[in-house]
Design a protein around this ligand. Structure first.
Ligand code: CXF
Ligand code: ZN
Length: 377
């Protein structure tokens, strides 16, 4: 079918909404009418080249929710009319990582930025001139329709609004799991969250739900610090330097047993400062991403060893898409997880560059594209 999508054609070029051709669902694939798509920072990292994709052009977007309109051969447990969330990690359930319960580390993740479909290695999206288009994370939610593999789709209940559902395909599960699963926040923990965007806000809520005692939220934007308090932060700071002093005072020098780093762009130069927030024996979780090819970092090895700290990475919050996405939406339905207030502004597809400008200028916890009939014409 002919439709349109937001593409980037080169590093640091704006998103361009233009015509694309999407193929029919092949073996194991479904077509989804997208209803909402979240504006995650990782799509911006693709645009800046911090995360390099295999080729240009790229169809952006990996947070999405919609309705299945077509089902290809050999699709199991999904039907036309089902409401679904896209998972930015495909999970096959069969590879060693999946079998070991780490579906976020599914072997198919290797091809996340290559654009070749899981079913047969072909490209499902083309420009009108016939050029292959790389779909971000094998989904490409910045288009009103997507043809994706069943491994990238999770069925959800029909009462969940699409604009909050889309966020659990990446930001919410990533942030929540970074605190609850990877950092392992337990009742009574003191926790610091560095960076209060969509992922940080979800981490903050995860820490609160897991029973954290004090939650220190760090962000340079005053409005976001206010919102952090609303989401459960007990203390807020504008930067890591003032947080070190404030947390030392509040904890009588013990610092935080759990630290979660969810800044917009991670820089290796800051690693030691994040470990400075971390208590003896504590865990610092790095969820944020920056230049993926960079390896320079500050790290005081003696501090890591002698104070027995852990530095852990986290992808998809250490979660399993098929399990965690419905679980978190149940917590939302029960009023335990506030996703409504995470959606700061909604946009049409044509307004995508406004959405990313708002994100970069600190005006959004999460911006969301809400597809309407006008986007489908
Ligand atoms: C990213 C992680 C790196 C590959 C693309 C998706 N995660 C989500 O924001
Ligand atoms: Zn994301």
């Amino acid at each position: 079918m002919k439709t349109k999508g937001a593409l980037v054609w080169d590093v640091n070029q704006p998103w361009v909404v233009e015509e694309i051709e999407i193929g029919d669902p092949r073996r194991g694939e479904v077509k989804v009418e997208m209803r909402a798509a979240g504006l995650c920072h990782s799509d911006h990292h693709l645009m800046t080249g911090d995360i390099p994709a295999a080729d240009f052009p790229i169809l952006g977007g990996h947070e999405g929710a919609g309705v299945i309109t077509e089902v290809g051969p050999d699709v199991e447990n999904l039907a036309v009319g089902d409401h679904v969330v896209m998972s930015f990690i495909p999970a096959c359930g069969r590879c060693p990582a999946c079998q070991a319960g780490m579906r976020n580390l599914c072997d198919l993740g290797m091809g996340l930025l290559a654009g070749a479909s899981v079913s047969d290695g072909s490209f499902r999206i083309h420009t009108p001139a016939g050029r292959d288009v790389v779909a971000m994370s094998l989904v490409g939610t910045f288009a009103p329709y997507a043809v994706v593999h069943q491994y990238s789709v999770v069925k959800i209940d029909e009462d969940i609004p699409f604009e909050v559902a889309c966020l659990v395909g990446c930001g919410v599960t990533t942030g929540y799991g970074s605190a609850v699963r990877t950092a392992g926040v337990t009742p009574g923990d003191d926790v610091a969250i560095v960076g209060i965007g969509g992922v940080g806000t979800a981490a903050l809520q995860g820490a609160r739900i897991a029973g954290a005692r004090r939650i220190f939220a760090i962000d340079p934007v005053p409005w976001k610090r206010e919102r952090a308090t609303g989401f459960g932060a007990t203390h807020t700071f504008a930067d890591v330097e003032s947080a070190v002093a404030g947390i030392a005072e509040a904890t009588r020098g013990a610092m935080c047993g759990k630290v979660v780093v969810t800044v917009g762009r991670a820089d290796g130069a800051d690693v030691e400062s994040w470990l400075g927030l971390t208590a003896k024996g504590g865990t610092c979780v790095l969820t944020a991403m920056g230049d993926v090819l960079a390896s320079d970092t500050t790290l005081n090895l003696a501090g890591l060893t002698l104070l027995q700290k852990s530095l852990r990475g986290s992808i998809f919050g250490g979660g399993n898409p098929q399990f965690d996405i419905p679980e978190l939406l149940t917590a939302y339905r029960l009023g335990q997880l506030n996703l409504d207030d995470m959606v700061t502004r909604t946009y049409s597809l044509e307004q995508i560059n406004d959405g990313y400008r708002d994100m970069l200028e600190g005006r959004n916890i999460r911006g969301v594209i809400r597809y309407t009939e006008a986007d489908r014409r």
